[in-house]
Design a protein around this ligand. Structure first.
Ligand code: CU
Length: 492
């Protein structure tokens, strides 16, 4: 995986150097579409999406804020009720400019929902947008009826109530819209929020868990602003994934995280439409991954870099008590500053548990031939799964509730080339059995709902659906999803 990645980065960098402005800035007001088409014929095997805008350093001039935690409308024993409204508004992202945005219960992004395993949850959904939307719970194991896929459209002004019981372990999930053909622009305008699952196990682990104090949600999104600092999707949209040159974290432009010299937990969500982040620190310090998309790893994994494709999450522990500098930054593989961190002198320590989870891969599954093969192919409008585009009237796969099947996910290289595709399945958390026949690396050894595959990579995953219904599986580059790189599976 490393080799492919490095090769792809070199190709990507060379192409960017060839097509970008010297200072890395791009004039979106006039340059975006020109930029897209000028590079249309240069896709290469192994390249990351070279059409992406160069990301600018986050200057760290604004204080990072955290989404509010949503308060229940009511709570009685294990029964909790919440209300979420998708709405349009404006947000002052830049001084003196009102940017038109979308949000849940607010103008931009949504509040964090904190649910606990065993709770019976009712959520009242309302659409106050001028267009139809859905409410999808990414990573949540729920029935197809509650999942919020493209079949679950809520028209403007309409309301709907869903109910489910939380039956999965502690994890950092998220929610976002999923209307066919319109997901990318709705997420781009600001529709996304975090969904935390908690359980009894997590309370015993002694992890930093003080929200916004030592347990920080970090929603990474890149955006391109056009005239008047607007988020005009139609002016910047790219069928191979829409990129921005400006980092937005938790809905803040140029944010800095200010904290003490202590152990901190970052719950990172790649909430971008398409951009991959291979994160590391500018001082090259190690950090510890504790959780993947769907829960804790069996034990903390020390690492220096971590790749997150669109839709993926990771929880990492960063020991700032050992940092000598007053500032460290989370950067990407081109050393662009994603998140600067100012570290004060106040010191405190936490000794987190080293036994986090008890995931066991059934050895018999490692020998099994896949019963389902998903071949992802193409670029731009030509993206397909198993040679087909999404058709809501066609059921691509069926699977029995509660039964584990081995799926093979193939990110195929064609004559046109290949690119990274993050593959996501609704309604389940799967385990990665192998990548190109090898044991998955540590960052893939926990429960996953999205796996980012390099061109030419094949992964085998063990998939079990705990509930019935119709579920989507698709590429999480939102423009690919909107272009039909999606199939559906009926679970009975
Ligand atoms: Cu894709």
């Amino acid at each position: 995986m490393k080799k492919t990645l490095i090769a792809s980065l070199l190709v990507g960098t060379a192409l960017l150097a060839a097509c970008g402005n010297e200072d890395g800035a791009t004039d979106h007001t006039t340059g975006a579409s020109e930029h897209q088409h000028s590079m249309a014929n240069t896709h290469q095997n192994g390249s990351m999406d070279h059409e992406q805008l160069v990301l600018k350093d986050n200057k760290g001039t604004n204080t990072l804020i955290f989404p509010a935690i949503l308060k229940p409308d009511s709570e009685k024993g294990k029964n909790v009720e919440y209300s979420l409204t998708a709405q349009a508004g404006t947000t002052e992202l830049f001084n003196g400019y009102e940017t038109k945005t979308y949000g849940y219960n607010g103008n931009l992004l949504g509040p964090t929902l904190r649910l606990k395993e065993g709770q019976h949850v009712t959520i009242h959904l309302k659409n106050d947008l001028p267009e139809a939307t859905t409410f999808h719970w990414h990573g949540l194991e729920v029935s197809g009826k509650a999942d919020g896929g493209p079949h679950a459209l809520i028209e403007p002004g309409e309301e709907k109530t869903i109910q489910f019981t939380v039956t999965q372990q502690a994890a950092t999930l998220w929610y976002h819209p999923h209307p066919m053909g319109n997901t990318a622009q709705q997420v781009y305008k600001g529709l996304a929020g975090l969904l935390y699952i908690e359980d009894d196990n997590v309370e015993a682990l002694n992890l930093p868990n003080d929200y916004g104090k030592n347990d920080f949600p970090i929603i990474l999104q890149d955006r391109a602003f056009v005239e008047g600092k607007q988020l005009d999707y139609s002016k910047v949209a790219n069928s191979d994934g829409t990129y921005g040159d400006t980092m937005m974290i938790n809905g803040v432009i140029n944010p800095v995280l200010k904290t003490d010299k202590k152990l901190v937990r970052l719950r990172i969500l790649n909430g971008s439409n398409a951009r991959n982040y291979n994160v590391h620190f500018d001082n090259d310090m190690a950090f510890t991954q504790i959780a993947t998309d769907g829960g804790f790893l069996n034990k903390p994994q020390k690492m220096k870099e971590l790749l997150l494709g669109a839709g993926e999450r990771a929880e990492i522990l960063v020991d700032l008590s050992k940092v000598k500098e007053k500032h460290v930054s989370l950067v990407n593989d081109q050393n662009v500053v994603l998140l600067p961190i100012d570290v004060s002198d106040t010191k405190s320590a936490v000794n987190a548990s080293t036994k986090l989870n008890t995931i066991k891969v059934d050895k018999a599954l490692l020998e099994q031939q896949p019963t389902k093969v998903v071949k992802m192919e193409g670029m731009r409008e030509n993206v397909t799964i198993n040679g087909k585009k999404f058709d809501e009237k066609r059921v691509d796969f069926t699977q029995k509730k509660g039964e584990t099947e081995v799926w093979e996910i193939d990110n195929a290289i064609t004559d046109e080339g290949g690119m990274i595709h993050p593959f996501h399945i609704h309604g389940t958390q799967f385990l990665v059995l192998s990548v190109n026949g090898e044991k998955p690396e540590p960052s893939l050894q926990g429960y996953k709902d999205t796996i980012t595959l390099q061109p030419g990579q094949k992964a085998r995953i063990a998939v079990k659906f705990p509930y019935e219904g119709m579920y989507m599986f698709h590429c999480h580059i939102l423009e690919h999803e909107d272009n039909g790189m999606m199939g559906q599976i009926e679970v009975k």
